[in-house]
Design a protein around this ligand. Structure first.
Ligand SMILES: O=C(O)c1cc(=O)[nH]c(=O)n1[C@@H]1O[C@H](COP(=O)(O)O)[C@@H](O)[C@H]1O
Length: 246
């Protein structure tokens, strides 16, 4: 399975290839990868993704398109996404068993068809922008952590490589899903940054201690006055947490 020695992935949420490429270069030394999502992909497609990655020495890309559709459609989308050579792709766990199994199968097909390494397929559990009230309003009456656990266990049964969750659920999932199940954690906020629209947040050090494999950090770095300095500051916090000095 692909290993990510540097767990910091910087979210480049922009519709602009030049801006994404410039930001990727600014954070290249500090980050282990970048995340490109819907705002970027809808504007630029797989070619734009390749452009950004190639400009930064084939930096690993988490292609965050959060597919949620019937199994056949999601499978086709995953096969097509492989053309962009992502290291990681994702689907919504709430899409269910058949959809998640189809996504995993399609990641093998797509990788073979495009002659690329198979991307890890992750399942999004409960978005980090949602709290208990938001979840209840969607008709789910169980607690956020119970819902995250249920979806993660289902995802693991389907052969999914890991989940996107908040750091608040990371320790529970590490215990329930074992050491090889990837835990990708957005909603990471250093003590010095703004919360924005995120609700279930933790600092980089707290998230790593809770068991996160990858930390997705966007605006605290990309909206900083000095993005390079901000990325290095987060990377330093990560190194301190990894060495046990934080
Ligand atoms: O799948 C994701 O990456 C994701 C899942 C989730 O639950 N919460 C979440 O914030 N994200 C993404 O992670 C990034 C977080 O960005 P910042 O809030 O700017 O750090 C955004 O690009 C979101 O789309």
């Amino acid at each position: 399975m692909t290993a990510f020695p540097n767990p910091l992935f910087v979210a480049l949420d922009t519709p602009d290839v030049a801006e994404a490429t410039t930001m990727a270069a600014k954070v290249a030394e500090a980050a282990g990868g970048v995340k490109l999502g819907l705002e970027f992909f809808v504007a630029n497609g797989p070619k734009g993704v390749r452009e950004v990655s190639k400009a930064s020495d084939d930096v690993p890309v988490f292609l965050d398109l959060k597919f949620h559709d019937i199994p056949n459609t999601v499978a086709g989308a995953i096969r097509s996404a492989c053309a962009a050579r992502p290291a990681i792709v994702n689907v919504h766990g709430a899409g269910g068993r058949d959809m998640m199994k189809a996504a995993v199968d399609a990641s093998h097909d797509g990788a073979a068809r495009h002659l690329v390494t198979r991307p890890l397929v992750l399942a999004v559990t409960v978005l980090t922008s949602m709290d208990q009230t938001d979840l209840s309003e969607t008709g789910v009456s169980r607690s956020v952590s119970d819902q995250v656990l249920e979806l993660a266990l289902l995802a693991r049964e389907c052969g999914i490589d890991g989940v996107v969750c908040s750091a608040h659920e990371a320790a529970m999932l590490r215990e329930a899903c074992g050491p090889n199940f990837k835990l990708i954690v957005p909603g990471v906020r250093p003590a010095w940054s703004a919360t924005n629209d995120q609700k279930r947040i933790m600092t980089p050090a707290e998230a790593l201690h809770a068991g996160a494999d990858i930390l997705v950090v966007g605006r605290p770095i990309t909206a900083a006055v000095e993005p390079t300095a901000a990325a290095h500051r987060v990377a330093q916090e990560i190194r301190h947490a990894q060495s046990g000095s934080l």
